[in-house]
Structures are given as structure tokens and as C-alpha cells.
Design a protein around this ligand. Structure first.
Ligand code: SAM
Ligand code: DTB
Ligand code: SF4
Length: 335
């Protein structure tokens, strides 16, 4: 068993990150095999329930209102349409359904009431329900938990030092506060970041340090590579070399041994063999479906062919435990 630590130093993580690539992958694969079912990969489906028009200035994001990216603003979807999409995702083998909204933060209004109804409805399908809606208060996190929300995605995105180069309309501490509110509400935490934002290796190590030294490791750690979108300030950034992505995944696997590491945005630019190396290095979760929120992702059938070729198996829902409201229901059931 790997030791679960929350007292990593920057130097220790940097030493891991800088190991010769194949030794690093081997070390990560050993941790992965000890802590997870090797070859089992969680399939998450992603749906943008409210698109574009966001007030934040995240320099990578096509949904920020201030950048001219061609993304069409779409109001919050109807509950029935969301449920239909979740049913399709389940039929395709997804065990987690993640609903994303281009909001800076959740407001206590009828839109949030509708999201609560979406969470309840998707929860009925026995899928792990996830949301990513921006900043949350403790009360909002409680409401989501009570509705049966399984996980909440809120990325730290980059290191604390690099953060203000990318986003100025909220702080790193705002992000960490929301993560703490989510954790206190008993919701599974999904938090990671993006590489390719113009950060240094030290920033990448710094981001992993933040995540690995949280009081509890996030249950999921998405590693996104920037999908450069024309019109955003980072639209002309170069593609991240694939070995750097592998390094990031392997280091995340070693410093957070029990977390799911998600090979997230950017897969469309990776070959099957490059993705295979990511799985070898400890990635055990993907977003499947031909669209992420607004940008393209590999076709579902292409991914299933990859699963076949690499001998990967989709992970069942709730393999790591039930959401809070189901736990309560089970505790109150007579024996
Ligand atoms: N508005 C909410 C928020 O910011 O938390 C939820 C949606 S937001 C689009 C979710 C995450 O998507 C961001 O934190 C970022 O990590 C990722 N993301 C957005 N645009 C991206 C891009 N062009 N390439 C890679 N990842 C991106
Ligand atoms: C995460 O870390 N990556 C996903 C999910 N969480 C919400 C989003 C990726 C978005 C990529 C850009 C787009 O499609 O708009
Ligand atoms: Fe808005 Fe989220 Fe995009 Fe930032 S990442 S602009 S908060 S939708």
C-alpha cells in the first residue's frame, strides 16, 4: 500500500516530476496497480447545461463573455432534456454524468432550483451525478448534497503563483474555499487543472503540491491540456508536448495514490499509443462523448475501439461508495 501524505514539499514533488520518463511511468504504474484495478477506466459523460456568456475572464475559456469565440450563449437547459442526455450516456456505458454551467458562481434563484431537480432526476438513473457550476456557498453545497450530488468539479487550474496571469476576476483562495465547502457537505471532490497555459514546470509542481496537500486528496484529479480556442487570450498557445502530459499524470498518480486521475480535455490531439502511455502512467478516467463542453472530443466509438485495443474496462458506478443521501437512506433501512 502506498502512504497517503498531505505534507509533500515542492522539492519532493519536483524530484518525482523530473525522474527519467520511463522510470517515472514505471513507478507510477506500480502505485496504480497497488491502489486500483489496473485497466479499469471510469467513463464520465459531460453536458453543458448552460453555455457561454460567463462573466469571468479565464484566459483559456471559450465561454467567457468578453472573448469573441463564436460560442453561442444558451440558457439553462430543461430538466427533461438533461435526463434524456443522461439516459443516452448511461446506455453508452458512462457511470458518471457531469453537468457544467458557465457561471462564475451559483446564485440562489430558480435556475439553481432547476439544477437541484436535474441532480435528483439523474440520481434516479443510478449514475454518479457530478456538477461544475462555479463557486458555491456552504448552503448551496448542502442543497446539492441533499439532492444526491455525488461529486463536484472545481479546478484550481494552475499554481497559486501563476493563477493571476490566467484569471483576475476571482482568487485562488476563492477556489479553495469552494473546495472546502464541497468537502464539508460530504460531496466527492473533483479538482485538477490545465497544462499549456504558459506555466513553468515549477507551476505544474506547485499545482500538484496544492492538490496533494489538501486536508483530503480530491477523489478525482482532472488533468486537462489546453484546447486553444481562437478569440481567447491563449488561443495561439502551442500544443503541450505529450511527454509533459505523461509526466504530469504520473506525478499526480504517485502523490495522490488513491485518487482517480482523469485524462481530460485535449485527447483529440493524442494518438491511441500516446493515450496508452497516459493510462500506463496512472490515468484511470476519461470524458467520453464527441463534445466536452463546447470543444470536440473523440467520437464515442473511437474510444470504445481504443478500450478494446488496450484491454481497458469501464468502471461501474458507485464502486467507491454511495452519495450522502443514499448512505442516509441505507442507514435508515431496516435490516
Ligand atoms: N464555470 C465553472 C468553473 O469555472 O468552475 C465550470 C465550467 S469550467 C468550463 C470547468 C473547467 O474547464 C475549467 O476550470 C478549466 O479547467 C476547464 N477548461 C475550460 N476551458 C478549457 C480549455 N480551453 N482547455 C482545457 N480546459 C478547459
Ligand atoms: C474538467 O476538468 N474538464 C472538463 C470538466 N472538468 C468540466 C471541461 C473541459 C472543457 C474544455 C473546453 C470546452 O469544451 O469548452
Ligand atoms: Fe466562466 Fe468557468 Fe469559463 Fe471561467 S472557466 S470563464 S468561470 S465558464
Amino acid at each position: 500500500m502506498s502512504e497517503i501524505r498531505h505534507d509533500w514539499t515542492k522539492e519532493e514533488i519536483r524530484d518525482i516530476y523530473e525522474r527519467p520518463l520511463l522510470s517515472l511511468v514505471l513507478d507510477a504504474a506500480i502505485v496504480h496497480k497497488e491502489e486500483h484495478v489496473f485497466g479499469e477506466v471510469q467513463i464520465s459523460s459531460l453536458l453543458s447545461i448552460k453555455t457561454g456568456g460567463c462573466s469571468e475572464d479565464c484566459a483559456y475559456c471559450p465561454q467567457a463573455a468578453r472573448y469573441n469565440t463564436g460560442v453561442k450563449v444558451q440558457a439553462l437547459m430543461k430538466v427533461d432534456d438533461v435526463v434524456r442526455s443522461a439516459e443516452n450516456a448511461k446506455a453508452g456505458g458512462a457511470s458518471r454524468f457531469c453537468m457544467g454551467a458557465a457561471w462564475r458562481e451559483v446564485r440562489d434563484n430558480s435556475d439553481f432550483d432547476r439544477v437541484i431537480d436535474m441532480v435528483k432526476a439523474v440520481n434516479q438513473l443510478d449514475m454518479e451525478v457530478c456538477c461544475t457550476l462555479g463557486m458555491l456557498t456552504p448552503y448551496q453545497a448542502e442543497r446539492l448534497a441533499d439532492a444526491g450530488l455525488y461529486a463536484y468539479n472545481h479546478n484550481v487550474d494552475t499554481s497559486e503563483e501563476h493563477y493571476s496571469e490566467v484569471i483576475t476576476t476571482r482568487t485562488y483562495d476563492d477556489r479553495l474555499n469552494t473546495l472546502s465547502n464541497v468537502r464539508k457537505a460530504g460531496i466527492s471532490v473533483c479538482s485538477g487543472g490545465i497544462i499549456g497555459l504558459g506555466e513553468t514546470d515549477t507551476d505544474r509542481v506547485g499545482m500538484l503540491l496544492t492538490l496533494a496537500n489538501l486536508p483530503q486528496h480530491p477523489e478525482s484529479v482532472p488533468i486537462n491540456t489546453l484546447v486553444p480556442v481562437a478569440g481567447t487570450p491563449l488561443g495561439d498557445n502551442n500544443r503541450v508536448p505529450f511527454d509533459e502530459l505523461v509526466r504530469m499524470i504520473a506525478t499526480a498518480r504517485i502523490v495522490m495514490p488513491k485518487s482517480a486521475v482523469r485524462l481530460s480535455a485535449g485527447r483529440l490531439s493524442l494518438s491511441v499509443s500516446e493515450q496508452a502511455m497516459c493510462f500506463m502512467a496512472g490515468a484511470n478516467s476519461i470524458f467520453a462523448g464527441d463534445k466536452l463542453l463546447t470543444t470536440p472530443n473523440p467520437e464515442f466509438n473511437t474510444d470504445m475501439d481504443m478500450f478494446q485495443t488496450l484491454g481497458l474496462k469501464p468502471k461501474a458506478a458507485f464502486a467507491d461508495g454511495q452519495p450522502k443521501n443514499k448512505q442516509n437512506a441505507m442507514q435508515h433501512e431496516p435490516c
